[in-house]
Design a protein around this ligand. Structure first.
Ligand code: AMP
Ligand code: MG
Length: 388
């Protein structure tokens, strides 16, 4: 049995090989950039107007309008003192522009421009290079691309960008009692829901689970299922059959497939019987079958590993401390990830903390961490891992 910190360290310290690929702007969301990116030019690349209005030369309240410049126009106008041009947002300001006055603060009488107030030097002008100078670092290697990141990459003129590839993920659920949702169920059966929860947790964080399989509690079937899955996957996630019951065959089946244990069992609640192993460059997480345990283990352990395998420098869920909304005691002897809800800047530990109970997780938005046998008071700061 290892501690939570040791388990996380073992995961983070795995030596891995990252592969790169070029991806188009349309298809790089959530991928991590494989090398530092420098600005290829000043951004903006020319002084331009921040407003629809008038570019003026000199500080005054009256000017003579000498022309018009729209966004995209290649104008040769050079302003002289006392002159103004009608200008639109994004248009290149003419030479000798002192300031741009927004349209709402102007009046036009023939070719005369009258301002409500004197302009301030430089106002409403977006200066060349003010957002980014040429050759400045834009993205550090390992930055995970967000929608705004895509906007910036596109704004810098890149149609595609080199990123780290994401891992191929396969999922195997085990259990004789499991039946697919939608089918009629016998009393002794339960609906197989972990694969759906885990695949969508992958998706939620930008990963795709390429294939999934349900296998009964049969040693040979599990062994050959693992063998086949390992052929075409970087990360195999199993659910169920990893505890100490007479029908828990996953650990032995992994061993017989040559998977080397990195750790087995973590001193935590839920998710004690968590297993992590590797075979060459292929990795295996065997998660306990209880729905809340398997998802909690995904969030805390599988997710940072998937992020590491995709070259991201950001590993794991976002963490923040929030004051507790009520007194609470973790009576168990193990540190706990508690299903919790953050709202109104406080965190509430929800009812239904059993490993089998997923409802509290579905209604909550965080896992609140509390050490073993610890009592905390309303208002105490608790570390929370944000799951949504
Ligand atoms: P196990 O880890 O196989 O001992 O399973 C622990 C508990 O989780 C049992 O009550 C199982 O019925 C339940 N369980 C296991 N796998 C799944 C699954 N894929 N979906 C929903 N519940 C599951
Ligand atoms: Mg089972």
């Amino acid at each position: 049995m290892v501690s939570i910190d040791d388990a996380l360290k073992i995961i983070k310290d795995q030596s891995i090989e990252l592969k790169v690929e070029n991806r188009s702007l349309n298809e790089c969301l959530g991928y991590s950039i494989s090398k530092d990116i420098l600005a290829p030019f000043d951004m903006p690349s020319f002084d331009n107007s921040a407003m629809d209005g008038y570019a003026v030369c000199g500080i005054a309240t009256e000017y003579r309008i000498v022309g018009e410049i729209a966004a995209g126009d290649k104008s040769e106008i050079k302003l002289k003192r006392g002159e103004a041009v009608r200008i639109f947002t994004g248009a290149k300001v003419p030479e000798n522009t002192t300031a741009v006055m927004m349209q709402e603060k102007t009046k036009v009488e023939g070719d005369k421009l009258v301002l409500d107030e004197k302009p301030k030097e430089g106002q409403c002008i977006r200066r060349k290079g003010e957002e980014l100078e040429k050759d400045r670092l834009v993205f550090k290697k390992g930055y995970t691309i967000t929608p705004a990141g895509i906007g910036l990459i596109g704004g810098l003129g890149f149609a595609e960008i080199e990123v780290f590839m994401k891992p191929v993920i396969n999922l195997i659920t085990t259990g004789n009692e499991l039946i697919e949702p939608g089918k009629p169920k016998k009393e002794s059966q339960i609906y197989e829901s972990n694969s759906y929860a885990l695949a969508s947790a992958c998706e939620h964080f930008g990963y795709k689970c390429q294939a999934k399989k349900q296998i009964e509690d049969n040693f040979e079937a599990i062994k050959s299922g693992i063998e086949k899955s390992l052929e075409k996957t970087d990360v195999l996630i199993l659910s169920g059959g990893i505890s100490v019951g007479a029908y828990d065959f996953v650990k032995q089946a992994l061993e017989e497939n040559g998977v080397e244990e990195q750790f087995y069992k973590v001193f935590q609640k839920p998710g004690k019987p968590l297993y992590f192993g590797r075979k060459g460059n292929k990795f295996v997480f065997a998660l306990p079958g209880n729905p809340a345990s398997s998802l909690s283990c995904f969030y805390i352990y599988v997710l940072p590993f998937l992020q590491k395998l995709s070259g991201s420098v950001k590993l794991g869920l976002e963490r923040y401390s929030f004051p507790l909304a009520h007194d609470f005691e973790n009576k168990t002897k193990r540190p706990a990830f508690l299903k919790a809800k953050i709202q109104n800047a406080q965190v509430e530990v929800l009812d239904g903390q059993s490993s089998s109970m997923i409802r509290s997780m579905a209604l909550g938005n965080a896992l609140a961490f509390l050490d073993a046998e610890t009592a905390v008071k309303k208002g105490d700061l608790i570390e929370c891992f944000l799951i949504s």
